[in-house]
Each structure stands twice: as C-alpha cells, then as structure tokens.
Design a protein around this ligand. Sequence first.
Ligand SMILES: [Zn+2]
Length: 303
Amino acid sequence: MASREDSEIASERRKRTHANYRDNLKDILKPLAGGVLKRDRVVWFEDGNIVLQAGGVAFRVYQGFLAMHSEVFAGMFSVPQPKSAEQLDGSPVIHLVDHPDDLRHLLSALFINKSENLYVWARADVDKASPLMTHKRRDAIAAVNIGRLTGIASILPVALYMCCQLETEIIVNGFKRRDGRREQLAPKDIMRCLNARKTLVHDNVVSATRIFAPVTSGGCTSPKTCTVSLVDLLHGQVRYDGALNDYRCLEDWVPFLHFDNPNYLALCDDCQLLVQGRAADERERLWFRLPYTMGVEVDDWME
Ligand SMILES: [Zn+2]
C-alpha cells in the first residue's frame, strides 16, 4: 500500500499537471482560425451545450458532465468567455490544441462508451460499433495518455486493460502516429501493464476453475452426464495449449462455448444456465477489481 507520503506526492504531482495544463490555457483557448468546422459524426449531441473544437472537428457535449469528471475541464470552463465568444448552433465553442482523434477517444469514453459499465463496454468490444473500437487497438495508449493529461481517472482501467492486449514491444516502445509523433506510455504505466498481465492470466485460470466447477445445478436433469461434461469442460481449458494463456479475461465465455463446444452442449438446460450465470459473475468480479488490477485509483468506479 502506498504510504501517506507517496499519496501526497502523487496528489501534488496531479495538481501540478493540472496547473501546467491551466497555465497553458491561453494557448489552448485559441481564437477562431476561420474555415469550415466539421461536426463529428459520433460525438455530437443535439441537446449538448458546449462545443469543443480540435483540428477542424467539432464535438458537442454537456459542459456540466464534463466539468464533473475533470478538474481540467472544470478549470477551463471557469475562465470567463467574452460575450462575443464564438458560437456554433447556439453553443459556445472552445478551441483545443489536441489532436481530434485524441479528443474523440476521451469524449467517446466518457459520453458513449462509458467505461465504468461492463456491459456497454463489452457490447462495443464485441460488435466493434463503438468509436473507440473502430480505431486500432494501439490507440489505447493515446486513451491512457489523455486520461492522465486531463485527470479523468475513470477511463484508465479500461484503457490500460486494452494496452495489456498489445504486443509487448508496442507497450514498451509505443508507436509512431500518422502525424509523425510517437505515442508512448509513461514508464509507470508501462510497468502497470506488464505487472497486470500476470494477474490477467491468473484471473483467467481462476475464473475457468470456478465457472466449470463440477457441481451441477439444483434443477439438473442428468447429474452424471453434466458432472462429466463440466470436468471435461474444465480440462479442455486447463491444458498447455488451452485458451487461458492470454490477457483477455474480461471476454464473454458464453458465445465461445455455444459456438462449438460439445461438452457445453451436452449439459442439461439448467446446467447451461448455471455455467452462464457463473461466467457472468466472474466477469463482474473481474470488472469490479479492474482498477486494482491495473494499479489505478478511481473514486466512483461502479457507483
Ligand atoms: Zn445438468
């Protein structure tokens, strides 16, 4: 556990980062450069009340919600805007120097792909419909960095978890973006990912032993067959070339089992439901622990 001194230093460091960001507000709040603003296809709420603009792309969101989640944005909004301030569709426009892709990551995570919700995240991960997921997986590094920069801790557990899925070389060295800049994790976040990967594999194995524990459901119609099937299911996973040796412990087991696993299909209906329930419980347990697993503190995780 971090000592009081450590947490004070960390808190001081956070404050300093915010202060630096606020000091740069003059640079951030750039005057309108002219030209046609492109409304973002995804992050544009018709009833939003503030427009953030970066690199010619406009995002309309909710000011109060943003301020509630980020000291940096709260500070930014507290800077009085002149009456003549630029407006777009009736909302004041704030100009940011961030890359529009970075800003889209952040706003998507906050407003659409709300990362504190397992099922919203999981659905987005499966159907790749979320704007976060339409980008390459390595963009998770940018999501971590912008979460750090803006002090929005709630996006860090998922963003770091996504970083854990990257090749080690990319976690350690980052990658070169299209604009030539190198996107790279901070050394402490690299360490968090490498440490967490061990836990994620371990969690995968523990989850499998719980999900396929050879205890049949109360309403089981064929306990002998179901017990054997559960044992075979577990043995099918826990082997050297099994699927447990990876870091995706938050993935849903059920579609995978339904797809082609004869041992799962041999279970009676009640025992299939039992396995589904256990799998859902395990995922929720791991989701609940995600900030701890990834080594970050999030005040309102799952509230
Ligand atoms: Zn059964």
